[in-house]
Write a protein that binds this ligand. Structure first.
Ligand code: C2E
Ligand code: MG
Ligand code: MG
Length: 619
């Protein structure tokens, strides 16, 4: 790292003297070997600033009205500022200080918040040199405690004048510290688990893809060599979960991984794609019938011998799908094809089915998909499904989200997660998006004529936002159906804002000037860039369903949701939680103060004809 790290001069004499006087406990706690190992494992000491963390420190200064906020990592003899906002002038480049200048070490040692109104009168820090050298007077610091219990640093706010910290200040700091901790945990798991599945220790999707890519690129020498991916999906695994609990189900998954690892050839890579789906990637799959037999063996290794759970023998069956490809295919496409083959095999009584003919040439399948997509609207193959967005307190729909549906005569029902990206690549997205918007507005006008005061949310793809006159188009559609602009919500994903060219941001602004509201979809999946909430003209955030899914099990998700709700509240944004599937999630979100939600618990997306809307008297 060639970045210059400036350090305050270490006041040796005073430091030594202090060390001798310091009570044993904080000193030992800060230098505890396990704690230091946890800190060092993060790999964040002496690294560059990171935008995500800088957003939290900036937000802290904005929301609390203090000049300085820091993410301080407390090492054995120094504190390193992984993020700082507000250190200016001479101090702007300081990335670390000795512990003689650290208040944060006390929050770390005690693993408790440290709230100080006037440092000069506080017994713990009255002789801390930060008062003299850095002008620190008021301090509020939250320890950053990882899930294994180690406090690696503190998130703090600092003022140069005495200050009484109120309850709101402490709550905001606590929420932001929770978000910073979640970020640190993520970094740690990325470093540790970047390429491995946490439960089984097997390769994860990223590593499987990388391996397939490598084999596919090595292909094409003298001999034609094919690369194969085999997906092994456990059948009805949910039943094992329901009957024996998650811990027992995890043990079965681990054993499946072990059995598969023992059954493959030396050069094959075994991994878990997620949930109950495993995959094996290997080269030399030219001999199709041999590859099929191999896939059959893998299936048998899972299903022939029962698993033992709580002393009971439990049989688990599996379905297998095989895809083989040569040079020019991507590893990711190969795995997707094998996964699709496995799912098809499930519906044919667990038989192994090769998809060599169908998707072996994955690129050709993509081309077939794209060809089928063109003209799908004019052939009447698409329709729009509507999913209610409900008031979580009353359970009453306040609006609907319009979701595109496509049933192709050749390909069957194709998920929007597949055809929307394809349409983005072919350019068909603009036409599809326009059609969905028109259909949804027509439907909304119809429902509102029946007296229902509803809103309509429509997804907008990045490419659509690049159409220069989008605001005009939106205005004319609203006009045509006599709809107020406030009844329409356009949902965008973060990507638009990150990569957003000037035309997109201008479009967004003009659309909002009409009175149409803008919603940030799938929030939390991308960069979780909280700063966008402030910088862009946004009215609503939709918390991605991946957070709702694990809300009950993972306190980090609760912390994340709490931060979003807190910020949304102070910025006047509406929050919608996506993917609510059970009453527990519903209750938890409601308790956290989330007002709106969407999910299968209330209703799946349905064709308009199947949606019943109750007329509500307009107030
Ligand atoms: P999205 O906008 O985040 O839509 C929510 C997705 O979550 C929908 O998937 C919906 O069916 C699904 N969902 C809703 N409640 C639950 C639940 O409780 N559990 C689970 N597991 N899923 C739930 P869908 O319809 O497959 O759409 C996928 C994505 O495709 C959408 O995500 C959106 O990004 C895109 N999309 C769909 N229609 C359009 C469209 O007209 N235009 C554009 N640009 N994108 C669209
Ligand atoms: Mg959406
Ligand atoms: Mg979403």
């Amino acid at each position: 790292m060639d970045q210059k790290t400036r350090t305050l001069p270490h006041p040796t004499a005073i430091g030594e003297e202090r060390r001798a006087r310091e009570p044993a406990t904080p000193y030992d706690a800060v230098r505890d070997g396990a704690r230091l190992a946890a800190l060092h494992d993060l790999g964040l000491l002496d690294t560059e600033a990171e935008q995500d963390l800088d957003r939290y420190t900036r937000l802290a200064t904005d929301l609390l009205g203090v000049p300085v906020s820091l993410v301080s990592l407390v090492d054995a003899d120094r504190q390193f500022f992984k993020s700082q906002h507000g250190l200016e002038g001479d101090l702007a480049d300081f990335r670390q200080t000795p512990l003689s200048h650290s208040f944060c070490q006390h929050a770390v040692a005690s693993r408790q918040p440290l709230i100080i109104s006037d440092a000069r009168e506080h017994p713990l820090v009255a002789d801390n040199l930060a008062i003299r050298d850095l002008g620190v007077i008021a301090y509020a610091g939250m320890p950053l405690v990882l899930s294994d219990g180690h406090a690696v640093g503190a998130f703090c706010a600092i003022d140069g004048v005495p200050r009484e910290w109120n309850e709101r200040d402490v709550r905001i700091l606590g929420d932001l510290a929770a978000a910073v901790t979640a970020h640190l945990e993520l970094r740690r798991s990325q470093a540790e688990q970047g390429l491995h599945d946490r439960l089984t220790g097997l390769a994860n999707r990223a590593l499987l893809c990388a391996q397939a890519d490598q084999l596919l690129h090595a292909v094409g020498g003298q001999q034609p060599v094919s690369v194969g991916a085999i997906c092994i999906g456990l059948d009805d695994f949910r039943l094992v979960n329901d009957a024996y609990g998650a811990a027992a189900a995890d043990l079965v998954l681990k054993e499946v991984g072990e059995r598969l690892s023992a059954a493959v050839r030396g050069r094959d890579l075994v991994g878990r794609l997620g949930g109950d789906v495993f995959a094996v990637v290997g080269g030399e799959m030219d001999d199709e019938s041999a590859a099929m037999r191999f896939a059959g063996r893998l299936r048998d290794t899972v299903s022939r011998v029962a698993f033992e759970i709580d002393g009971q023998r439990v049989g688990v069956s599996a379905s297998v799908g095989l895809a083989v490809a040569g040079h020019g295919t991507s590893g990711s496409d190969l795995l997707t094809a094998a996964d699709a083959a496995m799912r098809r095999a499930k519906s044919s009584a667990g038989a192994v089915r090769t998809t060599c003919e169908e998707t072996g040439d994955v690129a050709a399948a993509q081309l077939r998909l794209r060809a089928a997509l063109t003209g799908a609207i004019s052939r009447g193959e698409m329709h729009v499904a509507y999913q209610p967005i409900v008031d979580l307190q009353s359970g009453v729909p306040t609006g609907f989200e319009a979701l595109a549906r496509w049933t192709s005569p050749q390909l069957g029902a194709v998920s929007p997660a597949v055809f929307i990206p394809a349409a983005e690549r072919t350019g068909d997205i603009a036409r599809i998006g326009d059609w969905v918007l028109r259909s949804a507005c027509a439907q909304l006008a119809h429902w509102r004529r029946d007296g229902a005061e509803l809103t309509m949310s429509v997804n907008v793809a990045p490419l659509q936002l690049a159409v220069p006159n989008l605001a005009k188009v939106v205005a004319s559609i609203l006009d045509e159906h006599g709809l107020p602009a406030s009844a329409l919500v356009l949902e965008l994903t973060e990507g638009v804002l990150i990569e957003g060219a000037a035309v997109q941001v201008r479009n967004l602004q003009s659309i909002r000037e009409l009175g149409v509201r803008i919603s940030l979809d799938d929030f939390g999946t991308g960069y979780s860039a909280l700063g966008y909430l402030k910088r862009f003209p946004i009215d609503q955030v939709k918390i991605d369903r991946s957070f709702v899914e694990t809300l009950e099990a993972d306190p980090r998700d609760v912390a994340f949701v709490r931060v979003i709700l807190g910020l949304a509240d102070s910025l006047g944004l509406q929050v919608v939680a996506e993917g609510i599937e059970n009453p527990r999630q519903h209750r938890l979100l409601e308790q956290l103060g989330c007002r709106h939600g969407q999910g299968y618990l209330f209703s799946p997306p349905r064709p308009a004809a199947e949606v019943v809307v109750a007329p509500r008297p307009a107030h």
